[in-house]
Design a protein around this ligand. Sequence first.
Ligand SMILES: *Cc1c(COP(=O)(O)O)cnc(C)c1O
Length: 368
Amino acid sequence: MTRPFNFSAGPANLPEEVLQQAAAEMLDWHGSGMSVMEMSHRGKEFISIYEHAEADFRELMAIPKHFKILFMQGGGLAENAIVPLNISRGGLADFVVTGSWSDKSQKEARKYCDVQIAATNESSAHTSLPPPATWQLRRGASYVHVCTNETIHGVEFQELPDLKALGCDAPLVIDFSSHVASRPVDWSKVGLAFGGAQKNLGPAGVTLVVVREDLLGHALPICPSAFNYKTVADSDSMYNTPPTYAIYIAGLTFQWLKRQREGEATGIAAMEKHNLAKAKLLYEAIDHSGLYVNNVSKDCRSRMNVPFLLRDASRNEDFLAGAKARGLLQLKGHKSVGGMRASIYNAMPLAGVEALVSYLQEFEQKYA
Ligand SMILES: *Cc1c(COP(=O)(O)O)cnc(C)c1O
C-alpha cells in the first residue's frame, strides 16, 4: 500500500520506516513481552531506549559536552514561560519578532521579566528578516530570543546571528521547533534551543531542550519543579514520568536520520542536502507559475514550510479537493495567512514534492 503524501505543518508526517518499526514492536519490544507504552520509565528496558535516544541526538546534532539535552513536556508554548522562569532572573529579555511564534513568545515572557522587542519584520508582513546589525539589544539582557524558523510565515534564518560580534554577551535562545534536525546548528552561537518533536522528530508530547550548563541553576523561586531545567537535568529527564512513548518514537527517528546518505554526506548533513533539493524544486515551481505566489524574500525562505497563495483565491477549495483526490493531504494554509502551505519536513520524500509540483502544474493548466 502506498500512503498519501502528508504536508501537515504539525503534528506532521513521520518516516514510514519508523512507523513500521513501531508497529512491529508494538506488542513486544525486543522480547520484553511489553509495549514501550507499558514499561516503567525506571526499568532497564526504557532506560536503554532513553540513553540511546539521547546519545543519538547528541551525535547527530554534534551537541558539545557542555550542553545538557532535556526531554520535557509542554511543547514550544510552555517553553515560552519555562525559558524566562529559568534564565531571565527576572531581568531583561530581548526578542526578535519575525512572525506568529516569536510574537507569542515575547507576550508570554512578559509575565516573568522585562521584555523589549529588539527588532521586528512586521512592516514587511513577516516576509523578510531584520538584519542582526539593526537589532536594539540591551546591555545586561539575560537572553535574546529568536524563532529560527517561523512555521506559519515560512521565514527561516539561513545563518544564526552572532551576538558576540554584535557586542552582546547575552545567551541566544532559539525556538527551532519546526526545523530541528533539518540542518546543522552552530552551537558556539547558542545558549539554549528548544523545540517540540511533532514537526520534525516524532509525535506530539515530547519537547527537546538543549541548554548550556552555565544557564542551569538560576530559576526563579516560582518556577515549577518539573520545569526547572536543573532539576530535570540532574534527574536525566526523569524527575517525573517523561513522555516515554514519544521519546521512543523520536529515538527511532534519530536512528533513521543516522542512516541518511547523500554522496559523502551522512546524517544531518545528508538530510540538509535532501531538504535543499526539495525546497528548490517547490519554490522554482511556484516562482515560474502565473497562478501561485510566495511573498517571502528569497534570502530567508523556509526550507520546511512553504506558504503560497493562489492569485485567484476563489479556486482554493477546488485546489484542495483536487489535491486530496491525488493523495496530497493537509495543504490548507494557516488561517492567519490564508492560501496554502506545504510543510516539507525531513520525513517528506522528494517523490512527495515531485507529486505536488506536477499537481501544481496540472491545476494551473486546467484553468489557463
Ligand atoms: C508548533 C510550534 C510551536 C508550538 O508548539 P506546541 O507544541 O504546540 O506548544 C512553537 N514554536 C514554533 C516555531 C512552532 O512551529
